[in-house]
Design a protein around this ligand. Structure first.
Ligand code: AMP
Length: 242
């Protein structure tokens, strides 16, 4: 009898091992923060700066009057998003040193005091990039820079007479114009200028999560987060100080 029980022991251990593996896979699935698509977010510096009056030029000098990269954000179809996914994913500048020139130009920090952008890039990587499970730090920044090169939002708007001149424009027209140019209607976000008028702050383009480069129709019902008429303000250099 005892010998029989002993011969069953390896089978028992094998079953226990399998059970433990199945449990740990389930636990991993439940804790892994997945996502459905990316938002590629570009920011209009004129709107960021006239609200944050203490906007400062980056250390390398006056940034261009163009949309700047805000970030590449993993997002869920239900509108929620994962963030700060890995406490171990600290921003390591050495990983992106080869991209420094492009990052300074396209992903400039306008926060005061005047700085070299590392704090902003670290924030975006640690809050959002750490959740882009398939992208390592260099890939995350490189893919985001490539997206910026892929679309010229300002050029598209200007070509249809929508200029950053402080005039009021139709939100729908802005959305349609960008949508026609890039192949899918984006979303926009507004803030208020010092007179309380709504103005264009961010443009959100939905991107395929598998390649981080293909523009896709937004999986969530595209919602316009701005009023029907919004201001497109100039990027006034005079407002910024160091
Ligand atoms: P997020 O947490 O990714 O939604 O980004 C918001 C944070 O980024 C806020 O702390 C903003 O002040 C900051 N931010 C947004 N645009 C810029 C910019 N152009 N330069 C520096 N910080 C920025």
């Amino acid at each position: 009898m005892v010998t029989r029980l002993c011969s069953l022991r390896p089978v028992f251990y094998a079953w226990m091992l399998l059970l433990l593996q199945l449990i740990s896979i389930d636990v991993l699935k439940a804790t892994a923060k997945t996502f459905d698509f990316y938002y590629f977010v570009q920011e209009w510096p004129g709107s960021y700066c006239d609200t944050h009056r203490k906007c400062c030029f980056p250390k390398i000098g006056i940034p261009s009057s163009d949309f700047h990269i805000h970030g590449l954000w993993p997002n869920m179809e239900d509108g929620s998003w994962p963030q700060y996914c890995s406490p171990h994913s600290h921003f390591d500048f050495s990983q992106v040193a080869d991209l420094e020139g492009e990052l300074e130009k396209e992903w400039a920090s306008l926060q005061c005091p005047s700085n070299n952008g590392h704090k902003f890039w670290a924030h975006e990587w640690e809050r959002h990039g750490s959740c882009a499970l398939n992208l390592k730090e260099h890939d995350y920044f490189n893919s985001t820079l490539a997206l910026k090169k892929q679309m010229d939002i300002l050029g598209v708007l200007e070509a249809t007479g929508i200029l950053p001149n402080g005039e009021e424009y139709s939100s729908d027209e802005i959305l349609e114009t960008i949508g026609e140019a890039i192949g899918a209607v984006p979303e926009i976000r507004c803030n208020r200028d010092l007179e309380g008028r709504e103005q264009l702050l961010d443009v959100f383009v939905c991107i395929n999560k598998y390649d981080a480069s293909t523009v896709i129709p937004c999986p969530t019902e595209p919602h316009n987060r701005c009023s029907p008429k919004i201001i497109f303000p100039p990027f006034r250099m005079g407002l910024s100080s160091s």
